[in-house]
Design a protein. Structure first.
Length: 150
């Protein structure tokens, strides 16, 4: 039986893998479009289309690279480890929310719990780092009480 933290970890791993697969498919499609465009070399219209495809490929590659960096960060986390202070890899409960200190992957609902995957470099992530159960932090006029750290 997986703990909530392990389920959250697995969810965000699958999210990254899914996004990476989509971006890889887009790159493959763009490569094919570029190959088709180079076959028809009838003037400026085709050169413009080819340039647009190349720009799109560069943007998609950059997105994929960023995602792979996030995956690297996530893979360094062991969801079985728990600490008494907030560290990268901690699952912090505050009110009705959980904050998974990992990488900026947004919001998810897992086991009917709202979870935000935060980077330790984010404003809230920075303030949470090193705190312990019972500590309070305030960001953007919102107060957070650390109820538990997993």
């Amino acid at each position: 039986m997986l703990t909530l933290k392990q389920k959250i970890f697995k969810h965000f791993q699958q999210l990254i893998d899914g996004k990476a697969a989509v971006l890889q498919k887009v790159l493959d499609d763009l490569k094919e479009s570029g190959a088709n465009e180079t076959k028809s070399t009838a003037g400026d219209k085709h050169e413009t289309a080819l340039a647009m495809i190349q720009i799109e490929q560069a943007n998609t590659r950059a997105q994929l690279q960023e995602l792979l960096l996030q995956k690297e960060v996530l893979e360094k986390i062991d969801p079985a480890i728990s600490a008494s202070v907030v560290l990268r890899g901690s699952l912090v409960k505050s009110g009705t929310h959980y904050f998974f200190i990992s990488t900026a992957l947004g919001k998810a609902v897992i086991n009917k719990q709202t979870v935000f995957a935060l980077s330790p470099e984010s404003p809230l992530g920075q303030k949470l780092m090193g705190l312990k159960t019972g500590d309070r932090v305030s960001v953007n006029n919102l107060d957070y009480l650390i109820e538990s750290i997993h």
